[in-house]
Design a protein around this ligand. Structure first.
Ligand SMILES: [Cu+2]
Length: 293
Protein backbone atom coordinates (compact mmCIF):
# COMPACT_ATOMS: atom_id res chain seq x y z
CA UNK A 1 0.00 0.00 0.00
CA UNK A 2 2.70 2.41 1.10
CA UNK A 3 4.88 1.42 -1.90
CA UNK A 4 2.03 2.06 -4.27
CA UNK A 5 1.50 5.55 -2.84
CA UNK A 6 5.19 6.38 -3.22
CA UNK A 7 5.10 5.19 -6.82
CA UNK A 8 2.06 7.36 -7.60
CA UNK A 9 3.76 10.31 -5.92
CA UNK A 10 6.90 9.73 -7.95
CA UNK A 11 4.98 9.58 -11.23
CA UNK A 12 3.05 12.69 -10.23
CA UNK A 13 6.28 14.54 -9.43
CA UNK A 14 7.79 13.59 -12.80
CA UNK A 15 4.63 14.62 -14.61
CA UNK A 16 4.54 17.97 -12.81
CA UNK A 17 8.20 18.67 -13.57
CA UNK A 18 7.61 17.91 -17.24
CA UNK A 19 4.62 20.24 -17.20
CA UNK A 20 6.67 23.01 -15.58
CA UNK A 21 9.38 22.51 -18.18
CA UNK A 22 6.85 22.69 -20.99
CA UNK A 23 5.24 25.87 -19.70
CA UNK A 24 8.65 27.46 -19.12
CA UNK A 25 9.29 27.02 -22.82
CA UNK A 26 5.87 28.42 -23.69
CA UNK A 27 7.44 31.73 -24.66
CA UNK A 28 9.28 30.24 -27.63
CA UNK A 29 8.93 32.27 -30.84
CA UNK A 30 5.47 31.74 -32.31
CA UNK A 31 6.64 32.61 -35.78
CA UNK A 32 8.90 29.59 -35.90
CA UNK A 33 6.69 27.06 -37.62
CA UNK A 34 9.48 24.72 -38.60
CA UNK A 35 9.75 23.26 -35.12
CA UNK A 36 13.45 24.00 -35.12
CA UNK A 37 15.19 27.07 -33.77
CA UNK A 38 16.16 29.69 -36.34
CA UNK A 39 19.89 30.34 -36.45
CA UNK A 40 19.19 33.97 -35.62
CA UNK A 41 16.84 33.34 -32.68
CA UNK A 42 17.69 35.77 -29.91
CA UNK A 43 20.85 36.80 -31.74
CA UNK A 44 21.65 40.47 -31.43
CA UNK A 45 21.71 42.40 -34.66
CA UNK A 46 25.01 44.23 -35.16
CA UNK A 47 25.05 47.01 -37.80
CA UNK A 48 27.85 46.64 -40.35
CA UNK A 49 27.65 50.11 -41.86
CA UNK A 50 25.73 48.96 -44.94
CA UNK A 51 22.34 49.88 -43.52
CA UNK A 52 19.90 51.93 -45.55
CA UNK A 53 16.86 54.13 -45.17
CA UNK A 54 13.14 53.84 -45.89
CA UNK A 55 11.56 57.23 -46.33
CA UNK A 56 8.49 58.71 -47.89
CA UNK A 57 5.59 61.08 -47.67
CA UNK A 58 2.04 60.27 -46.61
CA UNK A 59 -0.63 62.21 -48.44
CA UNK A 60 -4.30 62.73 -47.72
CA UNK A 61 -6.34 62.71 -50.93
CA UNK A 62 -9.59 64.63 -51.14
CA UNK A 63 -10.96 67.06 -48.62
CA UNK A 64 -10.01 66.09 -45.08
CA UNK A 65 -12.71 66.23 -42.40
CA UNK A 66 -12.39 69.54 -40.58
CA UNK A 67 -11.17 69.29 -36.98
CA UNK A 68 -14.03 69.57 -34.49
CA UNK A 69 -13.90 71.98 -31.59
CA UNK A 70 -13.88 70.23 -28.23
CA UNK A 71 -16.18 71.46 -25.47
CA UNK A 72 -14.15 71.89 -22.30
CA UNK A 73 -16.97 72.83 -19.91
CA UNK A 74 -16.15 69.77 -17.82
CA UNK A 75 -12.69 71.17 -17.10
CA UNK A 76 -12.31 74.93 -17.67
CA UNK A 77 -8.55 74.63 -17.06
CA UNK A 78 -8.26 72.90 -20.45
CA UNK A 79 -10.15 75.68 -22.25
CA UNK A 80 -8.10 78.34 -20.50
CA UNK A 81 -4.81 76.83 -21.54
CA UNK A 82 -5.96 75.69 -25.00
CA UNK A 83 -8.89 77.88 -26.16
CA UNK A 84 -8.95 76.30 -29.63
CA UNK A 85 -8.85 72.71 -28.42
CA UNK A 86 -9.96 70.54 -31.32
CA UNK A 87 -9.85 66.94 -32.52
CA UNK A 88 -6.57 65.74 -33.98
CA UNK A 89 -7.45 62.48 -35.74
CA UNK A 90 -6.85 64.03 -39.18
CA UNK A 91 -4.01 66.53 -39.09
CA UNK A 92 -3.69 67.51 -42.75
CA UNK A 93 -1.44 70.31 -44.00
CA UNK A 94 -1.31 71.04 -47.74
CA UNK A 95 -2.62 67.57 -48.51
CA UNK A 96 -0.08 65.80 -46.28
CA UNK A 97 -1.07 63.69 -43.30
CA UNK A 98 0.66 63.82 -39.92
CA UNK A 99 0.60 61.20 -37.13
CA UNK A 100 0.79 58.17 -39.41
CA UNK A 101 2.82 55.31 -37.99
CA UNK A 102 5.06 53.68 -40.60
CA UNK A 103 6.91 50.52 -39.59
CA UNK A 104 8.49 47.35 -40.90
CA UNK A 105 6.03 44.54 -40.29
CA UNK A 106 8.14 41.69 -41.62
CA UNK A 107 10.81 40.95 -44.14
CA UNK A 108 13.94 39.15 -45.13
CA UNK A 109 17.44 40.52 -44.88
CA UNK A 110 19.84 40.21 -47.80
CA UNK A 111 21.46 37.22 -46.04
CA UNK A 112 18.13 35.34 -46.00
CA UNK A 113 17.41 35.75 -42.28
CA UNK A 114 14.06 37.07 -41.09
CA UNK A 115 13.93 40.48 -39.42
CA UNK A 116 11.67 39.07 -36.70
CA UNK A 117 14.29 36.57 -35.62
CA UNK A 118 16.86 39.20 -34.68
CA UNK A 119 17.23 40.91 -31.34
CA UNK A 120 17.76 44.67 -31.19
CA UNK A 121 19.06 46.84 -28.38
CA UNK A 122 16.36 48.64 -26.44
CA UNK A 123 17.07 52.39 -26.62
CA UNK A 124 18.40 53.75 -23.33
CA UNK A 125 16.55 57.02 -23.86
CA UNK A 126 12.95 57.25 -22.73
CA UNK A 127 10.15 58.51 -24.92
CA UNK A 128 8.35 61.43 -23.29
CA UNK A 129 4.58 61.41 -23.49
CA UNK A 130 3.45 64.84 -22.36
CA UNK A 131 -0.04 65.93 -21.41
CA UNK A 132 -0.08 69.46 -22.71
CA UNK A 133 -3.09 71.64 -23.43
CA UNK A 134 -5.27 68.63 -22.64
CA UNK A 135 -3.86 66.67 -25.55
CA UNK A 136 -1.17 64.00 -25.59
CA UNK A 137 2.11 65.01 -27.24
CA UNK A 138 3.05 63.12 -29.32
CA UNK A 139 -0.32 61.89 -30.50
CA UNK A 140 1.19 58.81 -32.17
CA UNK A 141 4.55 57.37 -31.22
CA UNK A 142 6.63 54.21 -31.36
CA UNK A 143 8.82 52.62 -28.72
CA UNK A 144 10.62 49.34 -28.46
CA UNK A 145 9.68 46.55 -26.11
CA UNK A 146 10.86 47.47 -22.58
CA UNK A 147 11.81 51.01 -23.63
CA UNK A 148 10.93 53.51 -20.96
CA UNK A 149 8.08 55.97 -21.42
CA UNK A 150 8.22 59.09 -19.27
CA UNK A 151 4.78 60.58 -18.75
CA UNK A 152 4.64 64.24 -17.82
CA UNK A 153 1.83 66.62 -16.98
CA UNK A 154 2.42 70.17 -18.24
CA UNK A 155 -1.14 71.28 -17.53
CA UNK A 156 -2.66 73.15 -14.57
CA UNK A 157 -5.11 70.29 -14.08
CA UNK A 158 -5.19 66.62 -13.17
CA UNK A 159 -4.91 63.96 -15.85
CA UNK A 160 -5.40 60.24 -15.66
CA UNK A 161 -3.28 58.33 -18.12
CA UNK A 162 -4.78 55.00 -19.06
CA UNK A 163 -3.07 52.55 -21.40
CA UNK A 164 -5.58 50.01 -22.72
CA UNK A 165 -3.44 47.32 -24.39
CA UNK A 166 -4.55 43.87 -25.53
CA UNK A 167 -1.21 42.13 -25.31
CA UNK A 168 0.13 43.87 -22.19
CA UNK A 169 -1.36 44.62 -18.76
CA UNK A 170 -3.81 47.49 -18.39
CA UNK A 171 -2.20 50.53 -16.72
CA UNK A 172 -4.11 53.40 -15.20
CA UNK A 173 -2.56 56.24 -13.17
CA UNK A 174 -3.74 59.61 -11.95
CA UNK A 175 -1.32 62.48 -12.36
CA UNK A 176 -2.27 65.74 -10.61
CA UNK A 177 -0.84 69.03 -11.85
CA UNK A 178 2.69 69.48 -10.60
CA UNK A 179 3.14 65.76 -9.91
CA UNK A 180 6.42 64.06 -10.70
CA UNK A 181 6.72 62.29 -14.07
CA UNK A 182 5.44 58.73 -14.24
CA UNK A 183 7.30 55.89 -15.86
CA UNK A 184 6.03 52.89 -17.76
CA UNK A 185 7.11 50.32 -20.34
CA UNK A 186 5.62 47.39 -22.24
CA UNK A 187 7.08 43.89 -22.13
CA UNK A 188 5.39 42.69 -25.32
CA UNK A 189 5.12 44.11 -28.80
CA UNK A 190 1.76 45.54 -29.73
CA UNK A 191 0.42 47.57 -32.67
CA UNK A 192 -0.78 49.88 -31.22
CA UNK A 193 -1.57 50.55 -27.57
CA UNK A 194 -4.44 53.05 -27.25
CA UNK A 195 -4.02 55.68 -24.55
CA UNK A 196 -6.88 57.56 -23.00
CA UNK A 197 -7.45 59.96 -20.15
CA UNK A 198 -10.15 59.03 -17.68
CA UNK A 199 -10.43 62.71 -16.82
CA UNK A 200 -10.87 64.11 -20.34
CA UNK A 201 -12.73 61.80 -22.75
CA UNK A 202 -11.37 63.48 -25.93
CA UNK A 203 -7.73 62.82 -25.00
CA UNK A 204 -6.33 60.01 -27.12
CA UNK A 205 -2.91 58.78 -28.12
CA UNK A 206 -1.44 55.65 -29.68
CA UNK A 207 1.85 54.02 -28.79
CA UNK A 208 3.32 51.33 -31.01
CA UNK A 209 5.49 48.80 -29.18
CA UNK A 210 7.91 47.03 -31.47
CA UNK A 211 10.60 44.38 -31.18
CA UNK A 212 12.85 46.40 -33.48
CA UNK A 213 13.62 50.08 -33.99
CA UNK A 214 12.30 50.35 -37.56
CA UNK A 215 9.36 52.69 -37.17
CA UNK A 216 8.63 56.36 -37.63
CA UNK A 217 5.67 58.72 -37.38
CA UNK A 218 4.90 61.28 -40.08
CA UNK A 219 5.57 64.92 -39.30
CA UNK A 220 3.28 67.85 -40.17
CA UNK A 221 4.57 67.74 -43.76
CA UNK A 222 3.67 64.04 -44.02
CA UNK A 223 7.28 62.95 -44.21
CA UNK A 224 8.93 60.09 -42.35
CA UNK A 225 12.30 58.41 -42.36
CA UNK A 226 13.31 55.02 -40.95
CA UNK A 227 17.07 54.82 -40.67
CA UNK A 228 19.56 52.04 -39.98
CA UNK A 229 17.59 49.41 -41.92
CA UNK A 230 19.62 46.34 -42.88
CA UNK A 231 19.57 45.68 -46.65
CA UNK A 232 16.63 43.43 -47.50
CA UNK A 233 13.07 43.13 -48.74
CA UNK A 234 10.36 44.30 -46.37
CA UNK A 235 6.65 44.70 -45.90
CA UNK A 236 6.15 48.25 -44.70
CA UNK A 237 2.88 49.23 -43.07
CA UNK A 238 1.41 52.70 -42.73
CA UNK A 239 -1.25 52.99 -40.04
CA UNK A 240 -3.65 55.87 -39.58
CA UNK A 241 -6.23 56.15 -36.82
CA UNK A 242 -9.95 56.29 -37.46
CA UNK A 243 -12.94 54.13 -36.62
CA UNK A 244 -12.49 51.35 -34.12
CA UNK A 245 -9.08 50.10 -35.18
CA UNK A 246 -7.61 52.47 -37.69
CA UNK A 247 -6.65 51.84 -41.28
CA UNK A 248 -3.49 50.27 -42.56
CA UNK A 249 -1.80 50.09 -45.92
CA UNK A 250 1.07 47.87 -46.86
CA UNK A 251 3.87 48.21 -49.36
CA UNK A 252 6.77 46.01 -50.40
CA UNK A 253 10.12 47.77 -50.48
CA UNK A 254 13.67 46.69 -51.14
CA UNK A 255 16.44 48.44 -49.27
CA UNK A 256 19.75 48.19 -51.11
CA UNK A 257 23.07 48.12 -49.24
CA UNK A 258 23.86 51.66 -48.06
CA UNK A 259 20.91 52.83 -50.13
CA UNK A 260 17.38 54.02 -49.71
CA UNK A 261 13.87 52.90 -50.52
CA UNK A 262 10.83 55.12 -50.99
CA UNK A 263 7.43 54.30 -49.51
CA UNK A 264 4.81 56.94 -50.27
CA UNK A 265 1.27 56.33 -49.05
CA UNK A 266 -2.07 58.07 -49.52
CA UNK A 267 -5.01 57.97 -47.13
CA UNK A 268 -8.37 59.64 -47.45
CA UNK A 269 -10.93 59.54 -50.25
CA UNK A 270 -11.11 56.16 -51.99
CA UNK A 271 -7.76 55.17 -50.50
CA UNK A 272 -9.18 54.74 -46.99
CA UNK A 273 -11.87 52.34 -48.18
CA UNK A 274 -9.26 49.88 -49.44
CA UNK A 275 -7.58 49.68 -46.07
CA UNK A 276 -8.33 47.04 -43.50
CA UNK A 277 -8.61 47.04 -39.72
CA UNK A 278 -5.23 46.72 -38.13
CA UNK A 279 -5.31 47.41 -34.42
CA UNK A 280 -4.05 43.99 -33.51
CA UNK A 281 -0.93 42.12 -32.59
CA UNK A 282 1.77 41.78 -35.18
CA UNK A 283 1.64 38.12 -36.16
CA UNK A 284 5.34 37.61 -36.66
CA UNK A 285 6.66 39.97 -34.04
CA UNK A 286 4.54 39.46 -30.95
CA UNK A 287 7.20 37.49 -29.15
CA UNK A 288 7.91 38.78 -25.67
CA UNK A 289 11.51 39.90 -25.17
CA UNK A 290 11.53 38.61 -21.62
CA UNK A 291 11.82 34.93 -21.00
CA UNK A 292 13.27 34.02 -24.37
CA UNK A 293 15.63 31.12 -24.25
CU1 LIG B 1 -6.55 64.46 -19.14
Amino acid sequence: MFMKQTKVLLILTIALSLLALASACGNAPKDDNSGGTPATAGKKFVPNGKEGTISGVVAFTGTPPAPKKIATDADPACGQKNPNLSTEDNVVTNGKLANVLVYIKEGTLADGTKIGDWGFDTPATALTLDQNGCHYKPHVSAVMVNQKLTITNSDPTQHNIHFTPKNNPDWNQSQPNGAAPLSHSFARSEILVPVKCNQHPWMKAYVAVLKHPFAAVTAEDGSFSIKGVPPGAYTVVAWHEGGATGTEMTMQVTVPASGSATADFAFGGAATASGKPSLQMMPALDVPMLGRH
